[in-house]
Design a protein around this ligand. Structure first.
Ligand code: NDP
Length: 443
């Protein structure tokens, strides 16, 4: 695929679904089979589902949308997003449009350094045990790498050993916790399985070196040596909206950021907004989103208080946004090469590797956050959100086809987006329709 693909697809949201699909098919030269996978038909065969998890009985579907307008480090990305919540895809596309007109997102990502943890107990003197482990570092690394020669050949593998002594939690023994960290570059993989193999593999050597007993051996989902960062700088003049000057909108966003930095109650909701975007791309691209969520929230707490993953401030006539979070992603492993829908999603994203993927994820999180704060810090979120939510409410009330849009519009107009109201509106629409002759064929 050439690099001339643009993510600026004007009027895309107004097209019927089939025409959107046809446009994407032409842009990415998708085969009929790939188009079927985007459409969700036969995406995951039951036989495959049965091999992926236990007690499988079927397939669960989610809507797949495309986040548009995203530009990161001068490159355009069309972002596949699997999500059930209205307004998430629109918000990313809207925010990305403003940011691209301001020069786009600038992003970077660390190498794929993951942490394997080994918990040692009954080791005697803590200082001596720690020293012994560090003295045996080269031996531990060599043993670790012996379990994954292919990873070493790829340029990855075990890189370092760290020892942490943690104060003992309340309990009878009082022994400090001795935790060994093995740092492993997992290259294009998220790495959970290979880290767990290594952690289990080196445990006997660690027992031998310390004379202690090893209990847990598993990766940490707080992958804080595998961070991705994105920033954007938006001129204040570009923020004017809702009959408000750009300065006022920017001040609202900066105030929202200050609120989240000071208050964990607000930070949790702030970060939920960030994860709205990140989770949606994670699901579409076959990532372990529970691990991403766990890592993000643990990272948000790193200073002892839960804080926002992104911050916003005013600087020299610009609104500046920054995000930093751990992103343990993969372009191989887990379901990525197994799930055919994931393959098409990654084809649309056109990333050259996992670090570029992480940069896109970080930018999507910041875009999502910008869209939410922009509304929250000015006219409030309900106006825009309810307009989108009204469609789901209309469907819940029983509206189908052309009635969905009609009922949704009337709900918003009534300022009362509730299922009961939607049922009322739907009933009145049905009464207005000309009667259709019905032939009773049996009974
Ligand atoms: P896999 O074990 O499925 O795949 C990773 C393997 O892919 C590597 O070990 C490597 O094997 C191979 N590979 C091929 N090409 C490359 C490349 N370029 N770079 C790196 N590896 C390559 O997955 P992961 O180890 O990534 O683990 C992810 C899965 O583990 C997810 O499904 C997750 O849900 C699950 N999991 C998560 C846990 C958690 O988060 N706490 C715990 C346990 C499991 P080889 O070297 O042999 O070719």
């Amino acid at each position: 695929m050439s690099d001339t693909v643009t993510s600026r697809l004007s009027g895309f949201h107004k097209l019927p679904m089939e025409e959107r699909l046809a446009q994407i098919g032409r842009m990415f030269r998708l085969s009929d089979e790939e188009l079927e996978q985007l459409r969700g038909v036969g995406t995951l065969e039951p036989v495959l589902a049965n091999q992926m998890i236990e007690n499988a009985v079927g397939i669960f579907s989610l809507p797949l949308g495309l986040g548009l307008n995203l530009n990161v480090n001068g490159r355009d990305y069309i972002v596949p997003m699997a999500v059930e919540e209205p307004s998430v895809v629109a918000a990313v596309s809207f925010a990305s449009k403003i940011v691209r007109e301001s020069g786009g997102f600038v992003a970077e990502a660390d190498e794929s350094m993951m942490i394997g943890q080994v918990q040692v107990s009954n080791y005697g003197d803590p200082t001596l045990a720690s020293e012994r482990i560090l003295d045996a570092k080269e031996e531990i690394l060599a043993l670790a790498n012996s379990f994954h020669p292919a990873m070493v050949a790829r340029g990855g593998g075990a890189r370092d050993v760290e020892v942490r002594l943690l104060p003992a939690p309340e309990g009878p023994r009082g022994e400090p916790l001795l935790i060994v960290h093995i740092l492993i570059d997992t290259q294009e993989a998220m790495g959970a399985n290979l880290i767990n193999t290594v952690a289990e593999g080196v445990a006997p050597l660690i027992e031998q070196v310390t004379g202690g007993r090893v209990y847990l051996r598993i990766l940490s989902n707080l992958s804080d040596k595998r961070l991705a960062r994105a920033t954007c700088r938006i001129p204040l003049s570009m923020l004017a909206d809702f009959d408000l000057p750009g300065e006022t909108i920017a001040e609202g966003i900066a105030q929202a950021s200050r609120f989240a930095e000071a208050d964990p109650y607000r930070a949790a909701t702030h970060n939920k907004g960030v994860m709205n975007g990140i989770d949606a791309v994670a699901i579409a691209t076959g990532q372990d989103w529970r691990s991403i969520e766990a890592g993000a929230h643990a990272f948000a707490c790193r200073g002892g208080q839960y804080r926002p993953l992104s911050t916003w401030y005013l600087e020299e006539g610009h609104l500046v946004g920054r995000i930093e979070l751990p992103l343990a992603l993969g372009t191989v492993g887990g379901p990525i090469k197994v799930h055919p829908g994931v393959q098409v999603a990654l084809k649309l994203l056109r990333v050259s590797g996992v670090r570029e993927l992480s940069m896109v994820f970080a930018a999507v999180g910041l875009a999502q956050n910008f869209a939410a704060l922009r509304a929250l810090g000015s006219v409030g979120i309900q106006k825009g959100h309810m307009a989108m939510h009204a469609r789901s409410v209309a469907v819940t009330a029983g509206a189908r086809g052309g009635d969905v849009e009609k009922v949704a519009n009337l709900l918003v107009k009534a300022g009362h987006v509730k299922v009961e109201k939607a049922k009322e509106i739907l009933a009145s629409l049905i009464l207005e329709k000309p009667a259709v002759a019905v032939t009773i064929t049996n009974g």
